[in-house]
Design a protein around this ligand. Structure first.
Ligand code: NDP
Length: 262
């Protein structure tokens, strides 16, 4: 099936690793132009070296801290100069803070909201005009099942995720008249850099596979494993496609059955 993404321009934030990198790979494979950003340019460039199949003219790499609106404005302007418009935006940059409320300082709590809410909100405000000019703009906010099903060890992250899901619904209503759709993917536990880093400091004699399968069991993931970044990227790319043109304000769970809500 042709997803009709050829020659469309999509910004992907947090593209140097995990879900963002897998999304960029799929988009490039579909012939889209990808404007990819993260804070560490060296890591971003090294990650994109694997994309030898893509035409270098399809790719724009840049540094951008999404918590700073002047940086998101600058990256959007750069993208527009290079590709002459923007059709899609994937707000993916993020990390999580594993701590109960008692263990979370006020500063950490604010940082979670800065990254999870303002990180997306800044990019949306910066790119809104270009997405409207596209006439078929599509925004995908990468969020978590935690937004609907909070966990005590992820208290601040859960609160920030719930706020992002709520904001996504408001955005979908406000931007629909401009022809821009806004949707979410809600992640469960996905095997990316985040989990590899946690494994490295876990001080265990288990293999990564044994360690992650134990966590999957403990968290009640029906499928008994972590998901892959590609299993998330697939949904992001289909939501970006004009073939999903009547879908806005929607969310899809990618959690292997961990979501317990109706
Ligand atoms: P990774 O840790 O693999 O990658 C995170 C990316 O975000 C990196 O490219 C990082 O690059 C970038 N980033 C972090 N902070 C900023 C910032 N302030 N500005 C710009 N870029 C930033 O993450 P995942 O692929 O695992 O996660 C992707 C998204 O999914 C995140 O929002 C995450 O919170 C969410 N999620 C992930 C889950 C999982 O189990 N993996 C579960 C639920 C949600 P750099 O550091 O160079 O900026």
């Amino acid at each position: 099936m042709d997803l009709q993404l050829k020659d469309r321009t999509v910004i992907v934030t947090g593209a140097s690793s995990g879900v963002g990198l897998a999304t960029a790979r799929y988009l490039l494979g579909e012939g889209a132009r990808v404007a990819a950003c993260a804070r560490d340019m060296q890591r971003l460039s090294a990650a994109f070296e694997e994309f030898t199949f893509a035409d270098p003219d399809q790719i724009l790499l840049g540094t951008c801290d999404v918590t700073d609106k002047s940086k998101t404005d600058a990256f959007v302007a750069l993208t527009n100069d290079r590709f002459g418009g923007i059709d899609g935006l994937v707000c993916n940059a993020g990390r999580s803070l594993m701590a109960t409320l008692d263990e979370t300082s006020e500063e950490q709590f604010r940082e979670e909201f800065e990254l999870k809410i303002f990180g997306a909100w800044n990019m949306v405000r910066s790119a809104r005009g270009e997405l409207a000019r596209s006439g078929q703009g599509s925004i995908v906010n990468v969020n978590a099942i935690l937004s609907r099903q909070p966990e005590t060890r992820l208290a601040a992250t859960s609160a920030a995720r719930a706020a992002l899901l709520n904001l996504t619904h408001s955005l979908s209503a406000d931007l629909a008249p401009e022809g821009t759709r806004v949707n979410s993917v809600l992640l469960g536990l996905i095997d990316t850099g985040q989990w590899r880093r946690r494994f490295e400091v876990a001080n265990t004699t288990q293999s990564y596979e044994e360690w992650s399968a134990e966590i999957a069991l403990d968290r009640g993931i029906g499928m008994g494993r972590f998901g892959t970044a590609e299993e998330v990227a697939y949904h992001i790319v289909t939501m970006l496609s004009p073939l999903s043109g009547f879908t806005t304000g929607a969310s899809v769970d990618v959690g292997g059955g961990v979501g317990r809500y109706i």
